[in-house]
Design a protein around this ligand. Sequence first.
Ligand code: NAP
Length: 217
Amino acid sequence: MKYGIIGTGGVAHAIATKLIELGHEVMMGARSATNEKAVSRTKSNGERAFNGTFADAARFGERVFNCVQGIHSLEALHAAGKENLNGKLLIDLANPYIYKDGHIALDSRWSGTTSLGEETQNLLPDTKVVKTLNYLCNHLMVHPGQLPDAITGFYCGNDADAKAEAAALLKDFGWEDTLDLGDISMSRYTEMLGAFWPAALNATGNMEWGFRLVRKQ
Ligand SMILES: NC(=O)c1ccc[n+]([C@@H]2O[C@H](COP(=O)([O-])OP(=O)(O)OC[C@H]3O[C@@H](n4cnc5c(N)ncnc54)[C@H](OP(=O)(O)O)[C@@H]3O)[C@@H](O)[C@H]2O)c1
């Protein structure tokens, strides 16, 4: 399958590399088609990897990942073009965080009575937005089995078929335990959960940890 990735950071690279490993074609998109990071990451991923602008990547992908800095996410998706995303599954990994004095705050434009996941769905009403994996380190997004215990892959969104596709992809990424949290408004909670990382990093000295929801079946 063809995947578009909006973004060129560590998350975009981890997802692109895993998708290539799984046999897919991937186009990484940036603000500029000559973005140096995208060019070098694409080169390292071989002949099924491509790069271009945000719009090129959105157009290329049958499914699309949003891996952009959260506070710029909506402008990046606007640049990617609604027409290039209509009808597609958009897997949103972004967080609307502001970093200050060693702490995280959720940007008030995308928190409280809304979330970045919801506002992404509002911006793109004809796109099927599924929020997932935004609450743990990028390496573990695609290698969850490297921890000693199974951790939980939370996801949420409004479209049942899109969520089933996202859950199947999580299985391909190695997730044994996944949990449908409900509609896209559940992003409010996974976006708050993602803000836990400075505390856990401070306590453990590393990013090699995840969350498991222990529950009665
Ligand atoms: N790092 C992690 O382990 C991790 C874990 C969970 C969730 N997340 C979330 O995943 C997302 C990506 O994180 P990251 O660390 O990989 O990368 P990042 O540094 O947060 O974001 C990089 C991307 O943001 C784009 N960007 C920056 N400023 C922009 C602007 N003014 N307008 C449009 N686009 C802009 C960049 O575009 P160009 O390519 O054009 O430079 C680049 O593609 C974030 O929302 C983050 O909160 C990260």
